[in-house]
Ligand binder design. Structure first.
Ligand SMILES: *Cc1c(COP(=O)(O)O)cnc(C)c1O
Length: 411
């Protein structure tokens, strides 16, 4: 058996489908975001990052960086163990209290990433419920799908944000059967938002539990940055809120917040929580500083909203195919895997702008796009430069200039 041949063939398939992923080698510069350095075979070159999930630039906030540096000096680099075996350090205990308070829940539990929180959190909750049926939105993130699969529970997928379909599935399941509805608040690729209140109405009517992924909303929405459920006044009705510390909070890690009983059950049963080393104390301290800052400060959220609106307006005025969204996510539709890669390459090499192409399976085939995420640090001059560079790129590649309706669930 020529094992190497199989791996080479697997890669050749990806390349033939133009889905082979190439990573940019980026050196971030604290205090200069979104400016960074890109390392190339020909040497380092300057670049402006337009596709970061560090949505508010909190990864370079002085309080956050200082908390990390100071804690590392005082407590060292690593946690030294799993949570059960000497790894429950004081900063992670403080972080969990901070997150429970953020979401006004009884308790919170931190994982090594948002991916792990979903994969092991959903799996554990659904496995503990006898004969559980999981109702899962069709556009849920890969980490949620993994949790659903790993739970071994039966699952029914409802069409994206389609409440009539969700209601049919709930009704068919019957009131007595344990049911878990898993969905997101902000869908990160189309930038649309779930009708959280209506999901909660249905959950109450049919006796289901609710699990929401607020990964692209925490820090950004709601008066204290607790997410869209907070903004919409629905936070108290959601059973489990999942979030990340790696996006708007600018660090790394994930969490769930819920009742004492749910959190304690997950803490006691979830393999992805139990059998892995705790996040470092420095990361926990930095994340706590970030969450605490964004609970009190509106400045970052307001500045981001302003620069997002200006970016959307500038791109639309230039006739670029920007997808209308009610959020901070600005998708620019290309709808072809080869062309989206060519556009991204040209923006990077000719204009020094970094916007990673988004391909299948992250989005459905035929909906390939550039996903632009303006932050408070993308000033008006950078936005004007982006619009000019995109127009040059669109013209050079012969891409269509046309307004876009919102992507529908059918795509
Ligand atoms: C990024 C992402 C995650 C995973 O969060 P990480 O902290 O990056 O592991 C989970 N859910 C959604 C919707 C995401 O986009």
């Amino acid at each position: 058996m020529d094992y190497q041949r199989f791996f080479a063939d697997a890669l050749a398939t990806l390349k033939a489908e133009r889905r082979y992923r190439v990573f940019a080698d980026i050196e971030r510069q604290a205090g200069r975001f979104p400016h960074a350095v890109r390392h190339t075979p020909a040497g380092p070159v300057p670049v402006v990052i337009w596709c970061s999930n560090d949505y508010l630039g909190m990864g370079q906030h002085p309080d956050v960086v200082e908390a990390m540096a100071q804690t590392a000096r005082r407590m060292g680099a690593g946690a030294g163990g799993t949570r059960n075996i000497s790894g429950t350090h004081h900063p992670i205990v403080g972080l969990e209290a901070e997150l429970a308070d953020l979401h006004r829940k009884q308790a919170a539990l931190v994982f090594t990433s948002g991916y792990v929180s979903n994969a092991t959190g959903i799996a554990t909750i659904a496995r503990l419920l006898p004969d559980c049926l999981i109702l899962s939105d069709s556009l849920n993130h890969a980490s949620m799908i993994e949790g659903v699969r790993y739970s071994g529970a039966a699952r029914a997928v409802f069409r994206h944000n389609d409440m009539a379909h969700l209601e049919d599935l709930l009704r068919n399941a019957g009131r007595e059967r344990p049911k878990l509805i898993v969905f997101e608040s902000v869908y990160s690729m189309d930038g649309d938002i779930a009708p959280i209140g209506r999901v909660c109405d249905l959950a109450e009517r049919y006796g289901a539990m609710t699990y929401i992924d607020e990964v692209h909303a925490v820090g950004l929405y709601g008066p204290r940055g607790a997410g869209v459920a907070e903004r919409d006044g629905e936070m108290g009705r959601i059973d489990v809120i999942e979030g990340t510390l790696g996006k708007a909070f600018g660090c790394v890690g994930g969490y769930i917040a819920s009742t004492e009983a749910v959190v304690d059950a997950v803490r006691s049963h979830a393999p992805g929580f139990i059998f892995t080393t705790t996040l470092p104390p420095a990361v926990a301290a930095a994340a706590t500083a970030s969450v605490r800052h964004l609970k009190a400060s509106q400045a970052e959220r307001e500045a981001q909203r302003r620069q997002v609106a200006r970016t959307k307006a500038a791109l639309a005025a230039a006739g670029l195919p920007v997808l209308e969204t009610p959020t901070h996510i600005v998708p620019l539709m290309v709808r072809d895997p080869e062309l989206v890669k060519a556009a991204s390459d040209r923006l990077l090499e000719r204009h020094g702008l970094y916007i990673q192409p988004i391909n299948f399976p992250t989005v459905p085939r035929g909906t390939e796009r550039l996903r632009i995420t303006p932050t408070p640090f993308h000033d008006d001059a950078l936005i004007a430069g982006l619009a000019d560079a995109l127009v040059e790129t669109w013209t050079h590649l012969g891409l269509p200039f046309e307004p876009q309706a919102a992507v529908t669930a059918a795509e």
